[in-house]
Structures are given as structure tokens and as C-alpha cells.
Ligand binder design. Structure first.
Ligand code: ACO
Length: 430
């Protein structure tokens, strides 16, 4: 108690209990602060607010560390694949052979989208933004699987294994159908294939018999999804938790996550990066224009794919993915001028005092688009790909909320700055 922080507010002193996370992260427990002092903490955007305790992902933005359930992202990127990592994130441990097999079976059994549900796709204009389609269609899962989505945590947790498999497996099929529909191609039914292979098959291959996945491509897709699988309390994940805290089922909660992901400052940044690189390429420029515009300080001209709300050092995912871009293109015998432009842009920014002094480094989105492009995914599908990858993180976070019998509904406060009390004026007097 002696070392606990004390805040003096006039004559009043409030002592805070201290919490320490398993990696030594310190927090003052402010839950009773308002009751004791009449004050709230103002923290716009919750940048310094711990909204929950979580045992899923550890992130140290100053040191550039990211770990899923304790395992460094670099090791998972080297040795694991997306499905195994999804299991780890959701269930807390790497699966043994039996668990891995059963998880894989559940994913395969739940890959297909039924005929009635397929009709939803036709109700969208073919020009519909993929994230808009994705959010609506994922939300509809709660109506096709009402027994998995009762809005009663106890019941929903009893069926969690199945609901999680439905979400992870179907979100990929939904994304493949969105792509096929928007391009006027017929839908392709999933086959008995591993997760990433099935994804590519449903997206791009008309003929199962002739479908021959290239190992480098499968590896790159696994890596891409794995690197996006969770990222602590980011905007979309905390949205999932917020919606879940009201008692909402898994499908509804992850739909909210998808909506949050769609914005250009979050999941939409990968599209903006690609558009920027394409513009630089088309203009035959070296990117100076974008660097100079970014330094003006306006949100709308920021250097996309640079900076991060948490990382003040390199984003470890960007390091892995930047290297993977090079390796994959070399192994496939391809080259991409956009990769060279990205590398030049990175070097210019890393030598520019504006970026150095603000500790702005490339984030995962800076290079992810180049991998997706090499895999054949068009730019407008980038953000839905991110959503597929992030699904295990959303699911694990939903589960933590649903399992916490002492959890409260998320309900932040505000500092009201609107008009003080005034009386109603009738229409004829306004
Ligand atoms: N380009 C130029 N300036 C930037 C950038 C950027 N990309 N990012 C931040 N800054 C500037 C800010 O304007 C601010 O400048 P100031 O101190 O002169 O006012 C300073 O750097 C510090 O900004 P932060 O507090 O670090 O930024 P914040 O935490 O509010 O935003 C964010 C983080 C949204 C990621 C921001 O860096 C950004 O907009 N980046 C571009 C979009 C992007 O790549 N998003 C993907 C994020 S990763 C993901 O979602 C997977």
C-alpha cells in the first residue's frame, strides 16, 4: 500500500491500487476513482487506458515486441501456419496432433455457404465495397446458426468450438464469393483442401482437377494471415469486446470488428498504401511528393503504411513481411516495381527528421499489399483479406469477454462540452 500512487485533488487524497501484468506492465486501478473523488480520467481514444485484462497477445511498442500467447511472432512466422496459430490464439496453447486434426476437420466441414445464404450476395450491387458486403454477410451468420448465436453467454460458450470454426472457415469462403461475384465469375464450392489452398482454389481456380497450389504462394498466404491474426486492443478488437460486453453473440460481435476495420486509418490503410505506390509508379516519381505532403501534418495526406498507435519502434510484422516480399518474388521469379518504390520510400522517410523525430516506421500495411498483389488479390480485396486474418483474434477476445463472469458492460464516460440547460422554443418562435 505504501508505494501505491496517491493523487491530491484539493484537500482530498486518493490512493490507487496498482496492477502488474505478467510482463511487468504497470497500471493504476482507477475503477473506484470516480466514486471516491467525483472526477473521471480524460483519455481521448483510450490511448492510455487499459480496458481489460487479457492473456491473448503481448505487445511492447517501444521495443517492437509482439507475442501471441507468449510465442514471439518471429517464431510463429518461421515455424507455424495460419490454422495452427489461429488455434493457439483461440485456445491458448499450440494444438497437439489430435487437436490440430480435429480443428482442421471442423474448418473443412464448415467451409461451404448454403444456397439460401448465397442469394444474399446477389442482393448487392456488383460495385459494392467488399468490406460492406463482408460485414453484412458475416452478420447474417447469426440468423443461419441461431443455436450458436443465442445472445446468452453460457449457451453460446457451450457451442463455442463450432461457432469459432464456422466463423473462421466461412469468412474465407465469403471473401472468395465476394471476389467472384464482383467480377461476374460463378461461385466455386470449397473442396477437401487445407485452409489456404482452399482459399486460393475458391478464389482463382475453375478446375479442381488442374488446381496445383504453388508451395511458395501457400506459404506466403499463410504468413500474411498469421501476421494479422491478432494485435492486442486495436480499434476493431476493442470494438468486438465492446459489443460482446453487452452479451452479443460471436457473429454479431465480429461483424462490429469488421466494420471498425474498414476505416482507412486501420484495415483500410493497405489499400491506401497500394494506391500511393501505384500513383508514384504511374507518375514516374520517387515519392518525394508524398513524403513532403505527409509532413504538412494533415490527416488526409499522411504517409500511408507509416506510423502506429502503439509501436514507437519498428513494427515487427513489417520486418517479417518486408523480407517475405523479397523472398517470395525471387522464388516465383517475379519482380514488382512497387516493391522497389516502397523500399526507396522507406529509406527516404527513415532518413527524414520529420519521421525520425516522431518515431514513425513502416507498419504491417506498408508491405502486405505487395504480397497480396503477388498472390493475385486485387487491391480492393486487401482489407477483407486482413479481416480473414484477424478473425481468430476477434474470436479469442469475444471468448474472454463471454467467459468473464465478473465482466461489466463497456461504458466509458465523457467530458460534456455542449450547451448547459436551456428551455425548449416552439417552432414559430425560432
Ligand atoms: N504520416 C505523417 N505523419 C504522421 C503519420 C503518417 N503516417 N502518422 C503519424 N504522424 C504524425 C502525427 O500527425 C503526429 O504529428 P504531430 O506530433 O506533429 O502532431 C505525430 O506523427 C504522432 O502521431 P501519433 O500520435 O503517433 O499518431 P496516432 O497514434 O494518432 O495515429 C496512426 C496512429 C493512425 C496509425 C497514424 O500513424 C496513421 O494515420 N498512419 C497512416 C495510416 C496507417 O498506416 N494505418 C495503419 C495502422 S496499422 C493497422 O491498422 C494494421
Amino acid at each position: 500500500m505504501d508505494n501505491n500512487p496517491v493523487l491530491k485533488l484539493g484537500e482530498k487524497e486518493v490512493t490507487f491500487p496498482v496492477m502488474t501484468g505478467s510482463e511487468g506492465e504497470k497500471a493504476v486501478d482507477a475503477r473506484k476513482f470516480r466514486q471516491e473523488s467525483g472526477y473521471i480520467f480524460y483519455d481521448q481514444g483510450y490511448g492510455n487506458t487499459g480496458s481489460c485484462e487479457s492473456s491473448i497477445t503481448f505487445l511492447d511498442g517501444d521495443k517492437g515486441i509482439l507475442r501471441y500467447r507468449g510465442y514471439p511472432i518471429e517464431q510463429l512466422a518461421n515455424y507455424s501456419d495460419y490454422v495452427e496459430t489461429a488455434y493457439l490464439i483461440i485456445y491458448g496453447e499450440l494444438p497437439n496432433a489430435k487437436q490440430r486434426y480435429e480443428f482442421g476437420c471442423r474448418l473443412r466441414e464448415n467451409a461451404a455457404i448454403g444456397t439460401q445464404m448465397q442469394r444474399i450476395f446477389y442482393s448487392f450491387p456488383e460495385s459494392a465495397p467488399p468490406m460492406v458486403m463482408l460485414a453484412s454477410i458475416v452478420s447474417s451468420l447469426a440468423s443461419y446458426y441461431p443455436h450458436l448465436a443465442t445472445n446468452n453467454f453460457e449457451k453460446d460458450l457451450e457451442n463455442f468450438d463450432l461457432a469459432a470454426a464456422v466463423a473462421i472457415s466461412k469468412i474465407r469462403t465469403i471473401v472468395a464469393i465476394i471476389y467472384r461475384y464482383r467480377n461476374g465469375f460463378p461461385f466455386i464450392h470449397p473442396k477437401e483442401l487445407p485452409y489456404a489452398d482452399n482459399f486460393l482454389y475458391m478464389m482463382f481456380s475453375e478446375q479442381y482437377e488442374t488446381f496445383q497450389p504453388i508451395p511458395e504462394v501457400i506459404r506466403a498466404l499463410n504468413l500474411l494471415l498469421l501476421l494479422h491474426a491478432d494485435h492486442e486492443q486495436n480499434c476493431s478488437t476493442s470494438t468486438v469486446r465492446m459489443v460482446a460486453s453487452s452479451g452479443a453473440n460471436l457473429f454479431t460481435s465480429i461483424t462490429a470488428g469488421a466494420c471498425a476495420l474498414s476505416g482507412p486509418l486501420h484495415g483500410g490503410a493497405n489499400v491506401a498504401v497500394m494506391q500511393m505506390l501505384q500513383t508514384i509508379h504511374a507518375e514516374g516519381d520517387d515519392g518525394t511528393r508524398f513524403i513532403e505532403a505527409a509532413k504538412v501534418g494533415s490527416k488526409s495526406t499522411r504517409l500511408m503504411g507509416f506510423g502506429h498507435a502503439i509501436y514507437r519502434n519498428f513494427d515487427p510484422r513489417a520486418k517479417i513481411i518486408g523480407k517475405a516480399c523479397d523472398e517470395m518474388l525471387t522464388r516465383l521469379g517475379k519482380s514488382d516495381p512497387l516493391l522497389d518504390i516502397a523500399k526507396n520510400l522507406e529509406q527516404t522517410a527513415l532518413n527524414d527528421d520529420y519521421f525520425v523525430s516522431r518515431r514513425l516506421y513502416p507498419n504491417v500495411d506498408f508491405y502486405s499489399g505487395i504480397i497480396m498483389r503477388a498472390l493475385g488479390f486485387p487491391t480492393d480485396m486487401f482489407t477483407v483479406m486482413f479481416a480473414v486474418g484477424r478473425c481468430p483474434g476477434w474470436i479469442a477476445n469475444w471468448r474472454e469477454v463471454a467467459s468473464n463472469t465478473k465482466g461489466r458492460i463497456y461504458r466509458p464516460r465523457q467530458v460534456y462540452i455542449g450547451p448547459t440547460k436551456r428551455d425548449y422554443i416552439s417552432l414559430d418562435q425560432r
